[in-house]
Design a binder for this molecule. Structure first.
Ligand code: ZN
Length: 112
């Protein structure tokens, strides 16, 4: 009996990219906030654990993961409500996004 149990305790291979989720696990979110000093990476506003949000550097839709390296602390303002940004900021951001989006949507032949 004891031998059989011991044999079953084979260490499981850990897929770190899957196991370490800093976006959905509250405890891990705090680690990102702490790394960034609870300051918004975009406007440097001092945040709290209640007002801080996480922003993906590379969007999940473009293959970004929930790893610590791909997440930054952002205030709600910078993270999601683009409509309330200063106009010039919104224009710059929108232009950058449109350029990236149109590049991604171009047929391959346009690159040749
Ligand atoms: Zn901000």
């Amino acid at each position: 009996m004891k031998q059989a149990q011991a044999e079953q305790q084979v260490p499981k291979p850990v897929d770190e990219t899957r196991e370490v989720d800093f976006y959905n696990i509250a405890e891990n979110r705090l680690k990102v906030f702490e790394r960034d000093g609870y300051k918004c990476k975009y406007c440097a506003k001092q945040l709290t654990r209640f007002s801080a949000t996480l922003d993906h550097i590379q969007p999940v839709s473009k293959g970004g993961t929930n790893t610590m390296d791909n997440l930054v602390t952002a205030c709600l303002h910078c993270n999601s409500s683009r409509g309330s940004r200063p106009v010039m900021d919104a224009i710059k951001k929108n232009n950058a996004e449109q350029t990236a989006a149109s590049d991604a949507n171009k047929p391959v032949s346009n690159f040749l």
